[in-house]
Design a protein around this ligand. Structure first.
Ligand code: NDP
Ligand code: A1CAB
Length: 264
């Protein structure tokens, strides 16, 4: 596969690392205007770095766009005349609808919206996908690409905004929870390095328990909460302080913000 990543910033670079580690491309073109921060990719013989989006598009079959929403239209228009029938156009752009993309490059193109997260760099992204009518024929291919770097789920486009919050922004939300747990562990006597290790591996363990058992979080909580014990004491205090409520409210605020990005 010949893959171009147009906009090798935070997400684009994470995708590039994920693709490299999964061995998923024969050649890869990475673009951004300031390429200095990409020089470490030069050690890979099959990775081409540059600022020329047109050259990257012309040399690739799969085009992954990972630029800021405000830049996308101009960049897409600047390469539109190079697009051919086999190009698969994958947009990770928040709030940029398939309808708007079709208006810029036509509805006959294979257009896929993907919402991965930065854990794609280590092969653990949860990536949501949707496609235009033509692109339905390439959803399986897109799923195969993203499944090499985690898990993917095909969803209706109407859920893409919600997927952005839960999966993409979700990385930041979980990081803050891990960080807060780390701070608690330091207060209880662990040094910072130990504390982070305890927090992140316990987080991974909780997640793996659910993934492998298929059980409900509350069922797992029931197995931990000894009657009159320390777990239910801590959990109830967290809830009195609004743990679940603050998470839900944060998720809804984040969701509402995307509507503003869309209008912008
Ligand atoms: N970060 C995340 O976790 C996620 C982000 N997204 C979405 O992905 C997109 C990218 O986000 P993120 O990576 O955080 O943003 P960044 O700003 O980190 O990356 C965007 C990159 O685009 C480059 N760029 C700007 N103009 C051009 C151009 N004309 N040609 C080529 N490259 C260009 C910029 O580099 P330079 O200035 O050097 O050109 C920059 O590195 C956004 O639309 C975001 O909503 C979606 C899911 C998760
Ligand atoms: O914060 C943002 O707007 C982007 C979209 C999801 C992750 N980063």
């Amino acid at each position: 596969m010949k893959i171009a990543i147009i906009g090798a910033g935070n997400l684009g670079l994470s995708i590039a690392e994920g693709i490299l580690h999964s061995g998923g491309a024969t050649t890869m073109h990475l673009t951004r205007r300031n390429t200095a921060s990409l020089s470490h990719f030069e050690e890979y013989g099959n990775v081409h770095i540059g600022s020329d989006n047109r050259a990257a598009v012309a040399a690739s079959d799969i085009l992954i766009f990972a630029v800021q929403p405000g830049h996308f239209q101009q960049i897409l228009e600047s390469v539109a005349d190079l697009l051919h029938d086999n190009h698969v156009i994958i947009s990770t752009i928040t709030g940029f609808s398939i309808e708007r993309i079709e208006q810029l490059i036509g509805s006959d193109r294979y257009i896929i919206r993907a919402m991965p997260n930065t854990a794609i760099s280590v092969g653990h992204s949860m990536t949501c996908l949707c496609a235009n009518t033509a692109g339905q024929k390439r959803l399986e291919l897109a799923g195969a690409i993203f499944n090499r770097m985690g898990h993917s789920m095909v969803i209706p486009e109407a859920r893409m905004q919600a997927a952005t919050v839960i999966c993409a922004s979700g990385i930041a939300f979980w990081m803050r929870l891990i960080r807060a747990t780390t701070q608690g562990a330091i207060q209880l006597g662990f040094d910072a390095e130990e504390a982070q290790k305890l927090a992140m591996h316990t987080c991974r363990g909780a997640s793996e328990l659910l993934i492998r058992s298929g059980s409900h979080p509350e069922a797992e909580i029931d197995r931990v909460t000894t009657p009159m014990g320390c777990t239910i004491e801590g959990l109830n205090e967290m809830e009195h302080q609004g743990l679940s409520s603050s998470l839900i409210r944060g998720i809804v605020s984040s969701y509402d913000k995307i509507s503003q990005i869309r209008k912008g």
